[in-house]
Write a protein that binds this ligand. Structure first.
Ligand SMILES: [Mn+2]
Length: 323
């Protein structure tokens, strides 16, 4: 990985135009990774663009670059994809075909062919992986601004060091970021976005439709795009719902099943017991063991029944093993 990063830095020294690609519905891990590496590219004389595939705009007041929604300005010499394993989750017009790609990621599997591939699916966030690579390459590159963004991404993806991927080395990396100027309170302020009261109420109303299947040890919520549209809300209203369900109940798995008006259904899975990646992959999706998702054209009720049956069987097998 360090060798690859050396080559990547060498590439940056050519003073190229670099387009950073964050994944769809960007979170702090993907954006911070793009921001931090973007600053490093800039430092090496590159011009930088950061692009998300979503059409709705995203703004972060501290972010060092404008975040462009679904468009790029200049043809890049190099693409940097952060925090996703699949090209369909990033802005990728046909014009980009053939342009060299640097990939920084911590997901399982994937379809991205990268010239510079820096992937470790044991890392609990893309940002702690990047922090480690930068630190080992040249720790002076970790400026307070970069360290802060990487710390933000780490805290966001690990739900404040609570996910199963958090290992002793995660704290070593976090500690290095703090020593280079990251401040936990700054991350906390950036990550806790207060919602307007009516959004909060809407979310609570959605949560009241929550169901639990005890046999499957699974809480699930079916939501339609139409429901959101009727209430004048966007998909952002569903942000964090899966994790909230998981941390609030004695259950192992949660499923957020969101049906769009185009007939497609997006399934987001969270679990602290079963392998969500395997389930998502069997439907053409991906992610991590504890958090994964997929998009399907199957009927939401069918997907749900299938999912609950799979999970119930796993729970039964587990109980047998315990006996
Ligand atoms: Mn991530």
């Amino acid at each position: 990985m360090q060798e690859t990063f050396k080559k990547f830095i060498h590439e940056l020294k050519k003073g190229t135009h670099v387009v950073f690609l964050a994944h769809r519905d960007p979170d702090f891990d993907t954006l911070s990774a793009c921001g931090a590496l973007g600053l490093i590219a800039k430092e090496h004389g590159c011009s930088v663009e950061v692009v998300i595939p979503n059409t709705e705009p995203v703004t972060l007041d501290y972010f060092p670059f404008p975040i462009q929604s679904g468009k790029h300005i200049k043809r890049p010499d190099l693409l940097v994809i952060c925090d996703t394993a699949n090209t369909d989750r990033v802005y990728f017009p046909t014009e980009f075909t053939g342009i060299p790609v640097a990939l920084f990621d911590h997901h399982q599997g994937g379809n991205i062919l990268a010239t510079f591939r820096m992937v470790d699916n044991t890392a609990p966030s893309c940002c702690d992986l990047i922090a480690d690579i930068i630190y080992n390459h040249d720790k002076n590159m970790l400026t307070p601004e970069i360290a802060q963004m990487l710390f933000d991404g780490l805290v966001a993806d690990t739900l404040s060091f609570r996910t199963s991927g958090v290992k002793p080395v995660t704290f070593t990396r976090a500690s290095k970021l703090l020593m280079h100027g990251a401040v936990p309170l700054t991350s906390h302020k950036r990550l806790t976005q207060k919602q307007p009261a009516e959004d909060f109420i809407f979310k609570t109303q959605l949560m009241s439709h929550l169901k639990v299947d005890e046999k499957a040890s699974c809480a699930y919520l079916l939501v339609t795009e139409q429901e959101l549209l009727n209430a004048n809300k966007t998909k952002g209203a569903l942000e964090g719902v899966g994790n909230e369900m998981l941390s609030g109940m004695f259950i192992n798995t949660t499923a957020l099943i969101y049906t769009m008006n185009n007939g497609e259904t997006k399934v987001s899975l969270r679990s602290n017991a079963s392998n969500m990646y395997e389930i998502a992959r069997s439907h053409g999706g991906g992610g991590h063991i504890a958090a994964a998702g997929f998009v399907t054209t199957k009927k939401p009720t069918h997907i749900l029944a299938e999912l609950l049956a799979t999970l119930a069987k796993e729970q039964e097998d587990l109980k047998k093993k315990e006996k």
